[in-house]
Design a protein around this ligand. Structure first.
Ligand code: NAD
Ligand code: TYD
Length: 352
């Protein structure tokens, strides 16, 4: 079978990566999608069982820090493009152990850049799309938004590692002419998210009648985006974005953590047939996260006006779909929360 593009998607077994892989495999039968993933605690091939037999999909188990393995993949699969999502992604874990973040997010990204640079002789036919976060811009006060010109001001080991990787990606564009694009997205939610992040953790704990740990007063603000809208934005930027440019992605959907958790409690009480207020009684304020960024909010007007992207799913709709997914996929949750997750949870929450 011949393909028009051979796209390496790194981190495709993770939360956002699995949505990106599914979208590309289904929408572009003329592209081969090579999903490369180390399968850390956050990577799970069961996220992709529905497309694993597709003739334009294949999986490679490898670490982006293993440069020889990446070189083999570029040569064996004649990789024409990269969409790079593989990363350690959880802020709390980065506080407890920054080094994994330096290795996968910084060193791994540079190794990938190096293989792309040396493999692609005619740079004009390729795209290296780096997936990043709004957290590289630091923390906002009560007003204002991050746009593409906002200065970088990362404050957690996670955001510092992502900022560093963004700088390396841009350096490869300026220094070597590597055809790069970067997108910086706000907080995602949806199906298949590992239950260490706020929304799936709260859904899981509500189902289990466990305390709902809200850091500090719960007045920190995040801008939430439906994960499939992020995947569509990546598709749009990958195909139509300008080489060398960055694009911010966000849903104009700001919530304080406490408002969000209360809303989730109400929705879950309705779904589970519990008296309204039952789940909210589980809310427990615990010690704040160290260096907790106050507010993130994205100005996505460049992406909307230049490339015509718009979010399609409202927060109410998206949360409803997310809750339904977790309620119908208890086996998935049970599997990913057994063993190491229990130890992580104890370490994270019992001391606070
Ligand atoms: P995730 O933790 O769910 O998935 C990460 C995936 O990368 C996993 O499948 C893991 O096995 C893989 N991986 C990790 N280290 C690897 C390595 N060294 N080699 C190969 N594979 C490796 O993360 P996510 O939430 O899906 O985030 C994906 C990307 O999007 C990350 O780069 C993250 O920084 C970025 N991002 C996430 C959000 C969010 O809200 N989750 C928002 C903006 C940007
Ligand atoms: P998280 O989902 O970890 O994403 P990020 O830190 O990358 O924004 O957290 C979202 C917000 O929820 C953040 O302000 C921290 C807060 N939070 C809690 O209050 N309790 C929790 O148990 C978790 C995981 C997060």
């Amino acid at each position: 079978m011949t393909f028009d593009k051979h796209i390496l998607v790194t981190g495709g077994a993770g939360f956002i990566g699995s949505h990106v892989v599914r979208l590309l495999v289904q929408k572009y039968p003329n592209y081969r999608i090579v999903n490369l993933d180390k399968l850390t605690y956050a990577g799970n091939l069961e996220n992709l069982t529905d497309i694993q037999e597709a003739p334009n999909y294949c999986f490679v188990h490898a670490d982006i820090c293993d440069q020889k393995a990446i070189e083999r993949v570029f040569s064996d699969y004649q990789i024409t493009d990269v969409i790079h999502l593989a990363a350690e992604s959880h802020v709390d874990r980065s506080i407890h152990g920054p080094m994994e973040f330096v290795l996968s997010n910084v060193v791994g990204t540079v190794k990938l850049l190096e293989v792309a640079r040396t493999s692609w002789s005619n740079k004009s036919n390729h795209v290296f799309h780096h997936i990043s976060t709004d957290e590289v811009y630091g923390s906002l006060g009560e007003s204002g938004f991050f746009n593409e010109s906002s200065p970088y001001d990362p404050r957690s080991p996670y955001s510092a590692s992502k900022a560093s990787s963004d700088h390396f990606v841009r350096a490869y564009y300026h220094t070597f002419g590597l055809p790069i694009k970067i997108s910086n997205c706000s907080n995602n939610y949806g199906s298949h998210q590992f239950p260490e992040k706020l929304i799936p953790l709260m859904i899981h704990n509500i189902i289990e009648n466990k305390p709902l740990p809200v850091y500090g007063k719960g007045d920190n603000i995040r801008d939430w985006l439906w994960v499939e809208d992020h995947a569509k934005a990546i598709d749009t930027i990958f195909h139509n974005g300008e080489i060398g440019h960055s694009y911010n992605i966000g849903g104009l959907n700001e919530w304080t953590n406490l408002e969000l958790v209360n809303f989730l409690c109400k929705c879950m009480d309705e779904k589970l047939g519990r008296e309204i207020g039952t789940s909210a009684n589980l809310i427990t304020h615990i010690e704040d996260r160290a260096g907790h960024d106050k507010r993130y909010a994205i100005d996505a007007s460049k992406l909307c006006s230049a490339l015509g992207w718009q979010p399609t799913v409202s927060f109410e709709q998206g949360l409803d779909l997310t809750i339904d997914w977790y309620l119908s996929n208890k086996e998935w949750v049970k599997k990913v929360t057994s063993g190491a997750y229990q130890r992580y949870y104890q370490k994270m929450y019992s001391s606070k």
